[in-house]
Design a protein around this ligand. Sequence first.
Ligand code: SAH
Length: 347
Amino acid sequence: MENLFDTPDSVLQNWLAEQRQPPFRQKQIRQAALQPGIVDFEQMSNLPKALRQRLGETFRLRSMRPVAQTGSPQSSAEKFLLELADGNRIETVVLHNDRGEPTLCVSTQVGCAMRCAFCASGMNGVVRNLTSGEILEQFLFAADHLKATADAPLSHAVIMGMGEPTANLDALLAALEIVVAPEGLGLGARKITLSTVGTPTGIDRLAQCGRPYHLAISLHAPNDELRSQLIPANRVFPIQPLLEAADRYFNATGRRVTCEYILLAGLNDRDEHATQLARLLKHRCALVNLIPYNPVKELPFQTPSAKQVRRFAEILEKAGIPVVTRHRKGDAIDAACGQLRASHKNP
Ligand code: SAH
């Protein structure tokens, strides 16, 4: 059976013609399929009963099912392990803040090819890209879940789950077009953050897509030697061309770029690293997001003390660089990338 969300309009149109249905059914089906809580064609009450049945025999409206879950609507994060139609598994997280604005953390690939030293997602490499339907379905899954458990609809999304977004950009951008469309899910492009290890070409393509998405770059080190140790992709795309691509992104979209900086005790969290980072960003319109390392069982890294995190932030602030520190939400629920998946191996 074909995923409805990966079925091109032309194919659905032809199929409807074969069923002797008028062309306007396409729009009706597409619109109904995006309503929170509509998980079965049977629920599309504005369609004739026989058509609903034929649709159900031909297309899938949900291709992924939750096989494990941590957290609750009352906790700061709810994490879902979703099994895809081919048995592969991905993670999707709903983060809750004090303002009652749920944020969805979206995966773009099964696994990840980047093999960043501190990340659980890439420990076994990449299996495959998600289809745009599978990316969109994570939004629908969250919308269904929030409709059933909370009053608030989805407020923001971060493309910070498993996978490297620029390695699957076509599928991601196609899914996001439906997410941001007023007749789609209607979530503002400014409320969507894409996080990337950063390929200059990927960032340039994103700048040209015409949507003011918020860009976050996983910088994580202030010099190429250290960054290449942590992020192998840096050997191909070093810091300078990456930051130049970030500057172009800012010029094209007017959106300040965030530089994510994971803090690993004794490795990249020393005072001299903060000073070097400040120098790198001095004349750029960038915000630093400090992320204390979220421990991964199999990995040897340590989280710095709260004092050292504060000290690192202060050095940047004194140099005039805007800083926010991410407070860890995920660790109690295996929310560091890939951890829930790693702890639930397929049978
Ligand atoms: N591949 C993309 C998006 C996925 S990861 C990227 O690299 O940006 C989202 C963010 O979480 C990245 O900044 C990533 O480096 C960070 N991250 C990965 N593992 C982490 C860990 N164990 N603790 C804290 N942050 C982590």
